[in-house]
Design a binder for this molecule. Sequence first.
Ligand code: TZP
Ligand code: MG
Length: 219
Amino acid sequence: MKVSTEEMRSLLKTYFIMGSQNCDEDPREVLKDAIHGGITLFQFREKGDQALVGEEKIRLAKELLEICKHYQVPFIVNDDIDLALKINADGVHIGQDDEPAEQVRKKIGDKILGISAHNQEEVEAAINQGADYIGTGPVFPTETKKDTEAVQGTILVQELRKQGISIPIVGIGGITPENAASVVKGGADGVSVITAISKAKSPKEQARLLKAAVDSVMQ
Ligand code: TZP
Ligand code: MG
């Protein structure tokens, strides 16, 4: 069943993204801890030099999916549409350089489709191509992804909202419990983070703080 727009907004509140390459500890334990802290959505993003490939990647994806299922946190796969279909994930997230979005939408049916977009043109195209939500950033400087567009602050989201664009949007890049509220004040529905949780001493506590920061703006 297709996720409703309001449900999507709520899922984006505290969106944790992670692959094994982002963790110093066992990724299964990091994910469980983050879930106990209250994350609302998870994305499996196994990517880069240190990332697992082949059977090992599939095995980890399945294990993390089982954890998410157990706690009823929807599971999104970054880039790898075939993997998402194979393990019956809840959705996929693609960027501007991945498989064309219309094609992805056809393949995944009603599953969640997230698209990264960096300007109004890309956002409007993504909406027309059937995105359920938009990811945009980097909002703040980040060390995690090297090939990013320029840091955009919260300006783009503010502009989009001013123009009446209402699709669910999540910010990404350098977001922490300290700056998360400003992202939501700028018009985003939530924050997505990698290292703020994956490398935290206590992923649970960091997730809790992030969620509290987002909720503090919404209430
Ligand atoms: N896209 C834009 S910034 C980024 C991605 C995947 C990395 C975000 O990582 P972090 O550690 O939350 O800054
Ligand atoms: Mg991608």
